[in-house]
Ligand binder design. Sequence first.
Ligand SMILES: CC(C)(COP(=O)(O)OP(=O)(O)OC[C@H]1O[C@@H](n2cnc3c(N)ncnc32)[C@H](O)[C@@H]1OP(=O)(O)O)[C@@H](O)C(=O)NCCC(=O)NCCS
Length: 234
Amino acid sequence: MPLINVSYASIQSDEKKAELIAELTRAYGRVMGAKESSVWVILNEVPRTDWGVGGQTLDGLDAAADTHRKDARIEVRQARKEDLRTLAAIEAECFPAAEAASESDLRARFEIFGEHFWVLEADGEIVAFIDGLVTDSPVVFDDLYQNPASHTRHGAYQTVFGINTRPVYRGRGYASALIEQLIDQAREQGRSGVILTCKKELIGFYEKQGFELDGVSESTHGGEIWHDMTLHLN
Ligand SMILES: CC(C)(COP(=O)(O)OP(=O)(O)OC[C@H]1O[C@@H](n2cnc3c(N)ncnc32)[C@H](O)[C@@H]1OP(=O)(O)O)[C@@H](O)C(=O)NCCC(=O)NCCS
């Protein structure tokens, strides 16, 4: 009788735990050719005070990260041409190869809609960025990614093509600050809304920023299932 034992350092809802158990069971059954009814799963929610990494508790590491976060000098600014190499490196760190935009993709986008590229610097180093063209389409579709020239300067919707925070800088509100910046710009420019597609696990993140879920997208980008979301501005 196979037993999958998972430990994680957070408290999750009963709904999320049930989903995780179902998914792990399905994955084991599929990969191992086993009967799902024979699979056991045990979830252990470990307090962060009881989990050590390199001799420090996660609780202690959180406190150290909080101190650094408070001390970091943060600046959100428009991207410059000379930032593009760094942005491509961040993109490669944040997305699987099938989905990541290359430096030349980013360069082609920047030439056309550089005005809608924003970076966030922490202590003078770029650690996160956001970009997206403007369109009259109320949903993002795959051709838009292939064809930056479809940018419609006076269009109704600002898109979010990409938003990335380097892994070690996550959870500090950096992506949220960049989305707010893009939303402010869209509002100032009189757009009807901001649109994006995202994977299921990020729906909640974007809802916190005020986006509404429209449903499953027609996009097949990177062979994944995407969801359409809109933030309405008027
Ligand atoms: C998604 C991403 C940009 C968030 O960056 P970030 O700077 O950590 O975001 P913020 O700190 O502003 O917000 C973090 C919040 O989002 C949630 N979040 C971030 N990534 C998440 C994920 N993959 N699944 C679920 N929630 C997530 C965090 O739990 C946190 O919630 P809280 O505010 O309740 O604590 C970052 O994880 C990333 O670069 N991911 C890889 C690229 C990607 O998937 N981009 C989105 C394309 S649609």
